[in-house]
Design a protein around this ligand. Structure first.
Ligand code: PBG
Length: 310
C-alpha cells in the first residue's frame, strides 16, 4: 500500500570544510554537524560510500583574510574547496558524486552571492565570475556544478563555459527555486558568512516566500538554459513548490532540507520534545511524497545508518 519509499540512494550529504589537519569544529547552531579539515572530509565521504549515499555537496569555510569585494579566491584553483574535491576524488573516484556550489558568498567580504556595485548585487558581471568559478571546480574534478546564486542567465552561461573547456560531462544542478529564507541562518554560521552579510539580506535575487508561480518560471528558464536537474530550497516549508515543479516539468527534482530546518529538528530532539529518529525519517519521506527525486540533508549519514537497520 505504501506509495513512497526512502533509501540511502535518495540522499545527498552536505559537508562543511575547514583548513588544517585532523581538525573538527562544531557548529553551535547545527548540533551534531561539524566543519572538517580535508583529511576528515575524505574519511566522512568514505562512510557515505559505505552507506550507499550517492553524492556529497562540499561547502568551504573560507579564511576571512581571503575574502574580498572582488571574490578572487573563488577562482583560485588552490582554494579550499578545489583542494577538497581533488582529495575526495583521489580517494574515492567514481564511487561517489561530488557536487560544488557556484556562488560567491564563501569568498565575498560583504557576504552576498554576487559582486556588489553601488550597494546592489549586479547580475551580468557576477555571471562571468560564476562561469570561471564553475570551470575551476570542474578542473578540480567536481561531477556536478550547482549554481546557488540565483543570478539570471547563469545556468546557460555556466553550461557554455563548461562545454567550451571540455567539461560537457559535468552536470548542472540548478538551485532553480531558491527563496530568500530565514532558514539559511545556521549555514551562514557554518561557512562564516553571517558576519560578512551583517544585517543584509538577499531579497534582490532570491525569491519572495509568498510566490509560487514565479518558482515555475524560474525552473522553466533553468531547464531551457540546460540544467540537468533542478532544486527547490528550503524544503519543508516549500513542499507545495516541490509538488508543482515535479508535476509541471517531470524533470529530476531535488529539494534541500536546509540548515534552519535541521537546527529546528535537532534542537527539539535535544530537548526531548520530539523523537529525533522518527522526526528525521518522517521529514525525509515527506519530500519523496511531495515528488522529490532526491534530498540534500544534513541528516544524510544518520538517516542512511538508521535505514540500514530498518
Ligand atoms: C550560498 C548557499 C546558501 C545555502 C546553500 N548555498 C545560503 C544562502 O543563500 O545564503 C543554504 C544552505 C542551508 O541553509 O543549509 N549561496
Amino acid at each position: 500500500m505504501r506509495q513512497s519509499t526512502l533509501s540511502a540512494d535518495d540522499l545527498i550529504w552536505p559537508l562543511f570544510i575547514c583548513d588544517g589537519h585532523g581538525q573538527r569544529e562544531p557548529i553551535p547552531s547545527m548540533p551534531g554537524v561539524e566543519r572538517l579539515s580535508i583529511d576528515l572530509v575524505v574519511e566522512a565521504v568514505g562512510e557515505a560510500v559505505a552507506l550507499g549515499i550517492p553524492a556529497v555537496a562540499l561547502f568551504p569555510s573560507t579564511d576571512q583574510r581571503l575574502k574580498s569585494p572582488e571574490c578572487l579566491e573563488a577562482i583560485n584553483p588552490e582554494n579550499l574547496v578545489c583542494r577538497a574535491v581533488r582529495a575526495v576524488k583521489a580517494a574515492h573516484g567514481h564511487r561517489i558524486g561530488v557536487i560544488c556550489d557556484v556562488a560567491l558568498d564563501p569568498y565575498s567580504s560583504h557576504g552576498q552571492d554576487g559582486l556588489v556595485r553601488d550597494g546592489y548585487v549586479v547580475n551580468d558581471e557576477t555571471v562571468e565570475m560564476l562561469c570561471r568559478q564553475a570551470v575551476v571546480q570542474a578542473e578540480a574534478g567536481c561531477d556536478v556544478i550547482a549554481p546557488s546564486d540565483m543570478m539570471d542567465g547563469r545556468v546557460g552561461a555556466v553550461r557554455r563555459a563548461l562545454d567550451a573547456e571540455g567539461f560537457e560531462h559535468v552536470q548542472v544542478l540548478a538551485y532553480a527555486a531558491k527563496y530568500a529564507s530565514a532558514f539559511y541562518g545556521p549555514f551562514r554560521d557554518a561557512v562564516g558568512s553571517a558576519a560578512n552579510l551583517g544585517g543584509g539580506d538577499k531579497r534582490t535575487y532570491q525569491m519572495d516566500p509568498a510566490n509560487s508561480d514565479e518558482a515555475l518560471r524560474e525552473v522553466a528558464l533553468d531547464l531551457a538554459e540546460g540544467a540537468d536537474a533542478v532544486m527547490v530550497k528550503p524544503g519543508m516549508p516549500y513542499l507545495d513548490i516541490v509538488r508543482r515543479v515535479k508535476d509541471a516539468f517531470g524533470a529530476p527534482t531535488f529539494v534541500y532540507q536546509v540548515s534552519g530546518e535541521y537546527a529546528m529538528l535537532a534542537a527539539a530532539a535535544a530537548n526531548g520534545w520530539i523523537d529525533r529518529d522518527k522526526a528525521m525519517v518522517e521529514s525525509l519521506v515527506a519530500f519523496k511524497r511531495a515528488g522529490a527525486d532526491g534530498v540534500l540533508t544534513y541528516f544524510a549519514r544518520d538517516a542512511a545508518r538508521l535505514l540500514q537497520h530498518a
